[in-house]
Design a protein around this ligand. Structure first.
Ligand SMILES: [Zn+2]
Ligand SMILES: [Zn+2]
Length: 424
């Protein structure tokens, strides 16, 4: 029969690796709860329009990378390429803004983008993120950035830089855009194809273009940060002051822009270089126009997101990969038909009492069964031979001390419980 390969850009996360994934998820959940963020789970697919509006029609994600399909009811649906649009859609649809003024969410789950697969980049990938909706208080910006900083450190990532900028609001951006167009117009023909088609529509993104950002005229373009209106300048100063208070260091990066109208004010990226090329490990910012863009009231929002695969690469590059061995407390070893029958009952009783236990279902020789006990780092072997079984007894061997005791079957669970609890 034909064998099947997984689709390009996807990964099987095998049990040995899942332990590390779980460690990250558990730690993320614990930390986000410490900051009073609560988990939200939204569908893996949404109506395509949610992303066209919520991610932006002019972005590479929407234009080139979405998994969009018609379902059997002729609706255009899309596998979520990121987390924010779905969370905002839910916030609006479920009228979460009616409950209290500020809602704080986190999410964790798979996202989908049709991208060229490479190290740390998959077509099905996993993201964690937080969103805070309903407050424009700069304390919230500082909290979200502080949480991101804390999270990365908790994950064992130390060598990163926090890049910070303000991308202003529609008011200050309108005048900046005119300055920018005037500045770039003379070299318009020299820009890359994407930037030429962005020109006049999404001009700010040209400053962020990977191809053109070294062009002298692009490099000398006026920064939005120097053109902020009074409100935006005040907000930016407050955010910086709070970060200073919290002892979080940052550097201003005037070239960091987020080209869509609903991205406002605070923008930040955590940049890390342990896996070769320096790249963003986590990014976020304010999106004060997005909730309204998705049909909700005019309320502000801010959030961040990061990729789990990228985080795992950085962890292993910084030597913090945690490999947990495949381990159980007890292996039940049985020799002979009657002993094997009794072992089924004993295994069930041990497990019901909360002791992790297993048997060797592949091998029958005593030697092979003990070998498995060693490989699984079992603390105890429960040994059942025909003699023990006919006397309703079992032998229990401590694999550390090699001491062995014979006891009544009825006493086994209590005996192991006391010893295993004292060990851990
Ligand atoms: Zn402004
Ligand atoms: Zn370009």
């Amino acid at each position: 029969m034909a064998q099947f390969a997984k689709p390009r850009g996807t990964a099987d996360i095998l049990p040995d690796q899942v332990l590390e994934w779980r460690a990250i998820e558990d730690e993320a959940r614990r930390l986000f709860a410490t900051y009073h963020y609560r988990e939200i789970r939204t569908p893996i697919f949404e109506h395509t329009e949610v992303f066209q509006r919520g991610v932006g029609d002019t972005t590479d994600i929407v234009q080139k990378e979405m998994y969009t399909f018609m379902d059997r009811g002729d609706r255009s649906l899309t596998l979520r390429p990121e987390g924010t649009a779905g969370v905002v859609r839910a916030y609006v649809e479920e009228k979460q803004y009616g409950n209290t003024n500020t809602q704080k969410y986190f999410y964790f789950g798979p996202m989908f983008r049709y991208e060229k697969p490479q190290a740390g980049r998959f077509r099905q990938f996993y993201q964690y993120g937080v969103e805070v909706m309903g407050s424009n208080d700069p304390r919230v910006d500082a909290e979200v950035i502080g949480l991101a900083d804390h999270f990365l450190r908790q994950m064992g990532i130390e060598s990163f830089e926090l890049h910070l900028n303000s991308v202003g609001c529609p008011i200050c951006r309108a005048s900046h855009k005119q300055q920018l167009i005037k500045h770039l117009e003379p070299v318009r023909d020299q820009l890359c194809k994407d930037c030429q088609s962005r020109f006049g529509k999404n001009t700010l993104r040209i400053l962020d273009c990977k191809i053109d950002h070294n062009h002298p005229v692009v490099a000398s373009a006026p920064a939005i940060t120097d053109a902020l209106c009074a409100d935006c300048a005040h907000q930016f100063n407050e955010v910086k002051a709070y970060l200073d208070l919290m002892g979080i260091s940052y550097q201003i990066d005037k070239t960091m822009v987020r080209g869509l109208d609903y991205y406002t004010q605070t923008a930040f990226e955590f940049v890390e270089g342990s896996i070769g090329a320096v790249s963003t490990i986590l990014g976020g910012g304010r999106y004060n126009g997005l909730i309204e863009m998705l049909g909700g009231p005019d309320l502000p929002g801010i959030g961040f997101a990061g990729g789990v695969e990228r985080l795992l690469l950085a962890r292993s590059a910084q030597g913090v990969t945690k490999q947990e061995p495949d381990q159980i407390d007890v292996l039940v070893v049985a020799m002979g038909d009657q002993a094997i029958k009794t072992s089924v009952q004993i295994l069930h009783e041990l497990r019901k009492s909360g002791i992790s236990a297993d048997a060797d279902y592949s091998a029958h020789s005593l030697k092979a069964q003990f070998k498995l006990a060693d490989r699984l780092h079992a603390r105890y072997v429960v040994l059942l031979g025909e003699d023990e079984v006919s006397a309703h007894q079992v032998s229990v061997r401590n694999l550390d001390t090699r001491e062995q005791e014979l006891m009544e079957q009825a006493n086994l669970v209590d005996y192991l419980h006391v010893r295993l609890t004292n060990l851990s």
